[in-house]
Design a protein. Structure first.
Length: 410
C-alpha cells in the first residue's frame, strides 16, 4: 500500500516546497495541513500534494488531529511530520492523538523549552552552559549574582536568535526584562552564562536515534555579533572535513544529545560553542536548519538531502553516502543603512575572484528597499560559493565581504 504522510505547515514558507516534493518522489501520498485556503497555495507546493486540509490554526494539535482523522478515514495515515520549528509540539500532540510513530510530546517539549532541554542534557552528563528559567527581573539579577556578566537572555521556546540578548550590565539586563515583559504578563525566559568561543552547528538526518547523515558548519562571526553590527559580512561555512579526528568529540557528543533527548527518525539541528571551557552544547531542534542550509549540504555532497529525509520517513533508510567533494558557504553583504539600493561597488572584482565558484546569489536591483538585518542571512545581498578546499572557500568569502559594497539612497 502507498505510504501516506501528513505534512503540517508546509504553506508557511516557500522553502518547505522541497519537502513535499521529496515525499512524492519517494512514492508517498502527501496530505498537507495548514491555515491557507487551498486556492491560495503556492503552485510549487500544490503540485506535490494529493490532498489539502485547511484548519483554523496549525498550532492547535488537538484540532489538527481531529481534522486529519475526519478527512483521512478511507486512507490511513502512516506518519505526521513538520519541518517548522514552531509546530514541533503541535505535530507531536496530533501524532499522539492519532497513535502515529514519531517524535513524542515529551521529546518535542525538550526540543522547544531551552531550560528543560539543558536540564535533560545535564542529567545525561553532557556539557552545556549554566542556565535557569526566570520570570522576573529579580530572578535574572539573582542568576547574574551567581555567574557574573555577561549572560544570554532568550525565550524558552524561541526560534534561532530572535529576541535574544547578550547582557553585559544592569542597563541591558533591565532592557531585556522589559522586552520580554517579565513581571507584566510575559512568558518566563531562559538565562544562561555566556560561553566564549567559536560557534557552529551539527546537523543530522537520524533514523531511530542514530545519525545516518552528518554535516558540520561554522558561523563567522557568532550570530549575536553578526546581528549587532551591520558592517559585518556574516558567513556560514559547511565543511567537507567532517570525518577528520578534530571533529570526533563533536560528533560523539552530538550523537549522545540525540539519544538523551529521545529523538528518533528526524532531522536535527544542534548549535555548539568551542572555547576556553571546551565544547559546550547550546541547543538542538528536531527539524532541519533554517536559511535553506540543507542546500549547502546538497551542493557540496552530490546528494538530494530532501529526498533522503523522505526516504528515512517513508522507507526507514537513506540511499546515499555524502561525497564530501566540496566545502560550501554563504556570505551576506549588508547595506550600510535602511533605504533603497542604488548600486554596487566591487561587484566585478568579486565575480572575477570567485569565477566558477558562485552557485547561487541575490543582488537586489536598484530601487528595491533594503530589509532589516534581523531577517536573516538570506536577506538583502548574498552569495553562495563552493570549493574543494575549505580554507580557500573561507578566503573567497572573506574577499566578498571585504570587497563588495552596497550603495543605498533614501
Amino acid at each position: 500500500m502507498t505510504p501516506h504522510v501528513v505534512l503540517l505547515g508546509p504553506d508557511l514558507f516557500a522553502a518547505f516546497n522541497d519537502f513535499a516534493r521529496a515525499l512524492k518522489q519517494c512514492g508517498a501520498r502527501v496530505t498537507g495541513v495548514g491555515a491557507t485556503p487551498k486556492a491560495r497555495l503556492r503552485a510549487g507546493l500544490a503540485r506535490h500534494l494529493d490532498t489539502w486540509i485547511e484548519v483554523p490554526s496549525p498550532f492547535d494539535g488537538a484540532a489538527v488531529a481531529a481534522a486529519v482523522a475526519s478527512r483521512t478515514k478511507n486512507r490511513p495515515v502512516d506518519r505526521l511530520e513538520t519541518v517548522e520549528e514552531r509546530l514541533v509540539e503541535a505535530a507531536a500532540e496530533a501524532r499522539q492523538r492519532l497513535r502515529l510513530p514519531g517524535l513524542t510530546p515529551e521529546a518535542a517539549r525538550l526540543c522547544r523549552d531551552k531550560t528543560a532541554m539543558k536540564e535533560a542534557l545535564r542529567r545525561a552528563g553532557l556539557p552545556c552552559a549554566d542556565y535557569a528559567a526566570a520570570a522576573s527581573l529579580a530572578e535574572l539579577a539573582a542568576f547574574v549574582e551567581r555567574t557574573g556578566y555577561p549572560v544570554i537572555v532568550k525565550p524558552r521556546a524561541g526560534l534561532g536568535s530572535q529576541q535574544t540578548y547578550r547582557v553585559d550590565d544592569r542597563v541591558v539586563l533591565e532592557r531585556a526584562a522589559r522586552a520580554h515583559r517579565l513581571g507584566d504578563g510575559g512568558e518566563p525566559v531562559a538565562v544562561e552564562e555566556f560561553v566564549e568561543g567559536h560557534e557552529g552547528f551539527y546537523d543530522t538526518l537520524s533514523i531511530d536515534g542514530e545519525p545516518r547523515l552528518e554535516f558540520i558548519s561554522h558561523y563567522y562571526p557568532s550570530v549575536l555579533e553578526a546581528l549587532s553590527d551591520r558592517r559585518v559580512a556574516p558567513q556560514i561555512a559547511a565543511t567537507n572535513r567532517v570525518e577528520l579526528a578534530s571533529y570526533d568529540e563533536l560528533r560523539a557528543i552530538g550523537r549522545r544529545v540525540i539519544r538523551a533527548l529521545g529523538l528518533g527518525t528526524t532531522a536535527t539541528h544542534m548549535e555548539w560553542f568551542f572555547g576556553p571551557k571546551g565544547l559546550k552544547i547550546s541547543e538542538i531542534g528536531a527539524r532541519p536548519p533554517g536559511e535553506r542550509l540543507w542546500d549547502l549540504y546538497c551542493s557540496g555532497n552530490d546528494l538530494d538531502l530532501y529526498r533522503e529525509w523522505a526516504n528515512a520517513l517513508v522507507h526507514g533508510r537513506v540511499e546515499v553516502t555524502p561525497s564530501r567533494r566540496l566545502a560550501t558557504g554563504s556570505v551576506q553583504v549588508r547595506p550600510p543603512r535602511q533605504g533603497r539600493v542604488d548600486g554596487y561597488r566591487g561587484l566585478d572584482r568579486v565575480r572575477a575572484r570567485c569565477s566558477g565558484c558562485i552557485w547561487a546569489h541575490e543582488l537586489p536591483p536598484p530601487g528595491r528597499r533594503t530589509v532589516p538585518i534581523e531577517k536573516g542571512y538570506l536577506a538583502n545581498t548574498w552569495f553562495r560559493l563552493r570549493h574543494p578546499d575549505y580554507d580557500e572557500l573561507r578566503r573567497m568569502m572573506d574577499f566578498v565581504g571585504a570587497t563588495l559594497r552596497v550603495r543605498v539612497t533614501d
